[in-house]
Design a binder for this molecule. Sequence first.
Ligand code: HAS
Ligand code: CU
Length: 544
Amino acid sequence: MSSGSAEFRRADGLTLAHIWVGFALFGVAALLGLYQLLERSEVLPKSAATYYGSVTLHGVVMAFVLTTFFVVGFGYFVSATSLARPIRWPRLAWIGFVTMLAGTALAAISILSGKATILYTFYPPMIAHWSFYVGAALLLVGSFPWIAITIAMTVRWKKDNPGRPVPLPQFGMAANAILWAWTLVGVVIEVVFQLLPASLGLVQTVDVGLARALFAWTLHPIVYFWLIPAYVALYSIVPKAAGGYLFSDEMGRIVFVMLLVFSLPIGLHHVFVDPEQAAGWKLMHAFGTFLVALPTLLTGFTVAASLETAGRLRGGRGLFGWIRALPWNEPVALGGILALLMLLPGGFGGLVNASYAMDSMVHNTMWMPAHFHLIFGGAVVIVYFTSAYALWPKLTGRRLFSRPMAATQLWLWFLGMLTLTVPWHYLGLLWMPRRTAYTPYDPQIVARWRPWTSVMIAGGVMLVVSAVLLLVNLLLTHASREPEADRGMTYAETVEPVVTVPALLNGFAVWNWLLVVLMAIAWAYPIGQFFFMEVHKPLVWGVR
Ligand code: HAS
Ligand code: CU
């Protein structure tokens, strides 16, 4: 890829602004996480109001603010550098950034003033103050310019380069932009027609079953919106940092297409226990959930095979010798390896959840936060850090302040996340409920949980230290005196050069139509039934 041109650097300010907002608030949310551990373990005085406020802010920041700001900022960088052209409509991009920032501030004020302690999911009967929904809406609306810019830049590049394959990182981000647009439909309908009217007191009742179905339609694909950029980095940045080659470019394309097409037509696995949905539909979504695990299995294989090329090029021999030969002290490679190691148990937990009947064993227990802290907070977020370590020298023109500090930070995150989530999985099997400020249950049951709560505090402390190290290292990089020799971004090359790819793996038009058909099959009845089924009049819920 061309390097040093002034053109692509135009995205640098945009990328830095987005990722810094995400990371700064991530630092605050990490501290809140530690507070929650201390409160639940009764080390700190009990306060239900503070606890639920904290969980809400922690969840909203980690799941919506960190992710959206990171994905958009990283997306602009990928578009500018992989297509080697300036960001289209930069002013619109900045307007989007300011809108996202304003929305985040509004939602945060709403939560901090105690008017929106609804946790991070949009499940009535918990209803927040309208300002929370407006804030959340602005955060989402602010990301629309990124969707438009990503798609427009891909389309224009294809026009200018007929027959040539869209660079894989951009192909992944384009899949993510389309996925994001569809993902928002469910929650937007829910907020506009159900939650906002209820929070404004315009309606007295909310159909909870409908709301939960609409939110499930968003909740499943949204996790892949967080995941895809991490996969882009695993395919396109990590193999090169490890000194190897991407094992297969086409496999990457297949994975991004599968994530797009299979993630939107499922979601009922979040509401396996809801009585409004029939068992047959739930079973169908359970099968769909197994289908969407496939692209992750393919990713595990492809990225591990790419790392193997690196290990072998570095002199690793034998069945496992290449693993030892990997550059474990190179932060960008290390982050990718640790991500795979967390994806494995995190995905295993997901498969347990997806197995319809087994879900009733773990639903709403600590198993659930264990699953998503390991696979999202662990595997995905560690790739966000890793990507930042790869991007910062290119963005700031300065060498990373400290590579040993970065490696320590990644190890701490990995070990901290395992120390936190291994006990949580076990506590889930002992039926410790999730999302509760205190647990006024049978003392004997509670006594069985106790030993594990101190272990999780140790994990929480490691994670907070890790978060501080990340922020300090990135901050000091801006002030570092050592210039980065090459500010051009180059992505991993494939084992075999990619000359052409089938048209189906170079665009999304066909997939988008298939997606619409699959979504209609999967959701028309589970959502539509609420409009023609005869139901008992809903109760008046605790609308504030
Ligand atoms: Fe999940 C709940 C099922 C993946 C996030 N999930 C959640 C929630 C979140 C979340 C946030 O079916 C909670 C929502 C809430 O608050 O209520 N999830 C799955 C399944 C997968 C899965 C089947 N989840 C994710 C990802 C997330 C995420 C990714 C975020 C980014 N999840 C569920 C279900 C529920 C759920 C139910 C609801 C349960 C309930 O009762 O509420 C799959 O996509 C996972 C596939 C992954 C694998 C692992 C493959 C292994 C690999 C590693 C290879 C490593 C190697 C080692 C080779 C099958 C890729 C190399 C080593 C070297 C040294 C080189
Ligand atoms: Cu899901």
